[in-house]
Design a protein around this ligand. Structure first.
Ligand SMILES: [Zn+2]
Length: 246
């Protein structure tokens, strides 16, 4: 990772981020988190981080704020049995080196092309598409280019679009995390997509609500201000809450 220093977010900052991101698109929520974790980067630069690089930094931030272990939940597509699974931020980070926005040359159908992983700007454009197929074409037209001396773009066909979309995943491996699951009841095996942005944002939502409930309880009991309650260490705040509730 490029950044050795671990970003720290106070309880008050977590609530600030959550408040600014409520109801916004996950693309914006992810950028909001990156801005707090990496104030040294310009917003434009963060928008141009590939999705894989973005998600690697979100995994690091999640590990730092909440912990390494992720407890996921999925439903068997065949028998609807609920299934819990565990992931580790460190293991996911170790599984793939994030791309650094550089174009990667690949051979496809006998010609050389250059690809780069999609970034937040590409995604923001793709969500305006009328359907998934148009979205894929929009992404490909931005993330695939001819190499020098061969400026001509491929003619898009169903086959080469699917192949090139697959190769975008190869140049930016963390952009799509697929988890292999197996149902203990009926034996069904399937893959599920793990999306760190949605997962992490939901955790921050739960955490922010809990913090505000603690502020409410302690302010009413002791007359402390929001700032005073949020400024306490988690341990101290937790002990006061325990004493009030006992
Ligand atoms: Zn099942």
């Amino acid at each position: 990772m490029a950044h050795k220093s671990q970003p720290g977010l106070s309880a008050a900052t977590v609530i600030d981020i959550w408040e600014q991101g409520i109801g916004r698109h996950p693309i914006d929520q992810a950028l909001l988190l990156l801005r707090y974790a990496h104030p040294e980067e310009s917003f434009d630069a963060l928008c141009e981080w590939t999705v894989g690089r973005r998600d690697a930094h979100l995994l690091e931030l999640r590990r730092h704020i909440i912990g390494d272990r992720i407890e996921g939940y999925a439903e068997c597509p065949t028998c609807r049995n609920g299934l819990e699974f565990e992931l580790s931020c460190s293991a996911l980070l170790a599984s793939a080196a994030p791309s650094e926005d550089t174009w990667t040359r690949v051979e496809q159908d006998g010609r050389s092309l250059e690809l780069r992983g999609p970034n937040s700007r590409d995604l923001a454009l793709a969500i305006t598409a009328a359907d998934p197929e148009q979205a894929r074409r929009m992404i490909l037209s931005r993330c695939v280019r001819g190499v020098a001396g061969d400026a001509e773009m491929p003619v898009w066909t169903e086959v080469n679009q699917a192949a090139l979309a697959g190769r975008l995943g190869e140049v930016d491996p963390l952009a799509e995390v697929l988890i292999d699951l197996r149902c203990g009841l009926c034996g069904q095996q399937w893959q599920t997509l793990f999306d760190i942005v949605t997962f992490f944002w939901n955790e921050l939502h739960v955490r922010s609500r809990r913090l505000l409930q603690e502020v409410d309880l302690l302010a009413r009991t002791y007359g402390w201000t929001e700032g005073e309650v949020l400024g306490m260490s988690e341990q101290r705040r937790g002990l006061y809450v325990e004493m009030v509730l006992s």
